[in-house]
Structure formats: structure tokens, C-alpha cells
Design a protein around this ligand. Sequence first.
Ligand SMILES: [Cu+2]
Length: 266
Amino acid sequence: MNRFWSLLFLCVPVLGMGAYLASYFDVWPMQSTWLPENVSVGGRTIDRLFNLIHLICAVIFVSTTTVLAVALWIYRSSNRQRASHVHSNTRLEIIWSIIPAGILIFLALYQYESWANDKIRRPMENGKPKPPTALIIAKQFGWEVYYPGLDGKLGTKDDIYVENELYVPENEDVVLQLESRDVIHSLFVPVLRIKQDIVPGMTHYCWFRAENADPNKNYEIACTELCGRGHYRMKGWLHIVPREQFDQVMLELGTARISTKLPTKE
Ligand SMILES: [Cu+2]
């Protein structure tokens, strides 16, 4: 019976590793459970970081649970060995403090550039921060999307307004201005590896450069902040299209503009 428990503990790293590898290599029964498709330049770095952190966790997880299973096997009660009580081991404590600290410091430095590019260094245009391609106002429960009209400026009368449909040009730096009408929401676009909280009263910016996207596909935009009863249906669609198509869509939306009966930005 004692062996049963050691083997049961050994199942944890074995099954855990099996699931991890099957998911990573897209093998049955874990197909399509790894990361969703990525269509952003910055997303490549984020995926690399994610995979690295996952690998470090996997190594630590497998080694600690294997040691546990082996200890259970060797020191099972039928061996009738008396347990020896050990009080503190300074060298061990120093080792298990230094290794995690080293890993954390390494990760902090390794991700530095990616964080700076995604959160701090906003794309520039003619020496100035690039103006937003669209303003997104989150509300219970949807996304109001505003594009600058012909004057190229947001917050003016000719703004183009659509609900839950975000069009962006491919292979260009895109800046989004994010605001909220009511409570805290969070813009999540899995294929762009973007997630940004939106706090009422604050203006946030996020940016990305989309590549290798399918112009005929609708990519999901979700809210990842539990923002009320209708949170589950707070969904929008991202369309990544070539520049000419983007201009065409803007022209069509501008012509069919219905902003007179819709709220303009206050
Ligand atoms: Cu929300």
C-alpha cells in the first residue's frame, strides 16, 4: 500500500509533463491547447518569454515532485527506519534562496526590452508620439470604436463611430487610445498578445504592429475584467487589413456615418 502512494505522487510529474509536451507539440489529446495564433511583432517576444518561463517552471516542478516520490519510496514505513530530525541547514537555505532570486533577476533583465517596447516606448511619427489610429471607449457591455474622420483628429465632429468592430492596417504601427465610460474594463486581444486595463477617468494607450494576418478573419477582442452582469458578452472583432482596404473601409464608414444619433466623445 505504501508503494501505491509513492507511485501516485510520481504520476503527478509524469502526467503533468505529458500534458505539457502534448500541448506544446500539438499532439493528441491536447491539440490546440497551447497559445493561440500570434499576428503581432511584439507578440513573438512575449511568446518566447512565456515559453522560457514555462520551461523553467516545468524543470522545477518535475525535479521537486520526483524527489518527493523517490523519498516516499525509499523511506516508506515498511522500511522501519526511524526518522532523524534535522534542525536548520544554513548552506541549504542559502542555496534555495539564491537560486530563485537568480532566476527572478535574470527574468527581470531578460524581459526589460520587451516591456519597454510594449509599454513605455510609444511609436513616434515626425518626432512626436504617433497619434491614435482609433479611440476605444469601453462600456457595460461593449466597445465604442471611434476613428478620426477626414481631419485626421479624434474628438471632432466628423469622427467615425462603429460598435465592436476595430479595423487596423497591417504592417504599420497602430496606437489605440483607451477610455472607459463606467467601470474598470480590460482590453484583451489574444492574437496580438495585448491586455490592458481601462480605468474610468484615465486615458491609456497601447500599440502594436500586426503582421501575417488574414484580412478575411475576425479576431476576437474580449474584456478580461469582470465588469458586471453582461461581462461575458462584451466582445468585439478585430480586422487586420492591408492599408488600401483600411482606407476603403474608412471611406465607406465615413460615408455611411451615423454618428449624429450616436454619442460623440465627451
Ligand atoms: Cu468589461
